[in-house]
Design a protein around this ligand. Structure first.
Ligand SMILES: Nc1ncnc2c1ncn2[C@@H]1O[C@H](COP(=O)(O)OP(=O)(O)O)[C@@H](O)[C@H]1O
Ligand SMILES: [Mg+2]
Length: 207
């Protein structure tokens, strides 16, 4: 049995692989499986964006939200906060997949599988294993630094199509341009559903 099969069966434990040098989040969050790293400082500002992204991801039809913007504007920090806020909404938990070190698109499935605790069997492709494992899961995948592996974006579409309760929150310097994506960026006018500003001048005062 893979670890992802155990997701949801062990409240109080975090079956997903924890990124190195991180501590679990606060105790009250441990009712759902997750591997979110603890934050050393509290979120400064961003209440509007935080609420807006949570609201978007709680909508039934919204399956993929991308936080875009240049490096350093706070995409990852906001993503981690939103994922934490949404933990109660996903019975099978939240899985953080840092892709900063994955410049090779071929390794994305392996990186996601590792974060979920899925072991390679050799008989099936990792992507097939991911599909099989995530098919019935109510889970949020937080894919961080996706600009590294934009070529893989169409595979995310496949995953979302095959796994009806799976949702994704992606941070990326570039929009993924895949069907169903809600991209929050300074070009938010192109997404009338999202009343989000991403003014880097204001953000730069936050830290
Ligand atoms: N709203 C915020 N409150 C507190 N710290 C923040 C906030 N946004 C970003 N930071 C901090 O600023 C740094 C850069 O943010 P990060 O999320 O890594 O940017 P990006 O992912 O866009 O490159 C990190 O140390 C992060 O913790
Ligand atoms: Mg980042």
């Amino acid at each position: 049995m893979t670890l992802v099969d155990r997701v949801g069966q062990q409240p109080g434990h975090s079956p997903m692989e924890q990124p190195a040098e991180t501590e679990p989040l606060a105790d009250h969050l441990d009712a759902r499986p997750h591997n979110l790293p603890a934050q050393l400082t509290s979120l400064i500002g961003r209440e509007h964006e935080r609420q807006a992204v949570c609201t978007l991801l709680r909508r039934l039809e919204v399956r993929l939200v991308t936080l875009t913007g240049p490096g350093g504007v706070g995409k990852t920090r906001l993503g981690l906060q939103v994922a934490t806020d949404l933990l109660d909404d996903f019975v099978d938990g939240v899985c953080f997949v840092p892709l900063a070190a994955s410049s090779d698109s071929d390794l994305v499935a392996a990186t996601i599988a590792r974060a979920l605790g899925i072991k390679e069997t050799g008989e099936r492709s990792l992507f097939d294993l991911l599909l099989a494992s995530l098919q019935d899961k109510h889970l949020l995948l937080l894919l961080d630094n996706f600009e590294q592996v934009l070529a893989v974006a169409p595979r995310l579409s496949n995953l979302l199509a095959e796994c009806p309760h799976l949702k994704m929150l992606v941070t990326s310097r570039a929009v993924l341009h895949i069907r169903g994506e809600h991209a929050l960026s300074r070009c938010w006018q192109r997404h009338p559903d999202c009343r989000i500003c991403w003014p880097s001048a204001r953000i730069s005062r936050c830290w």
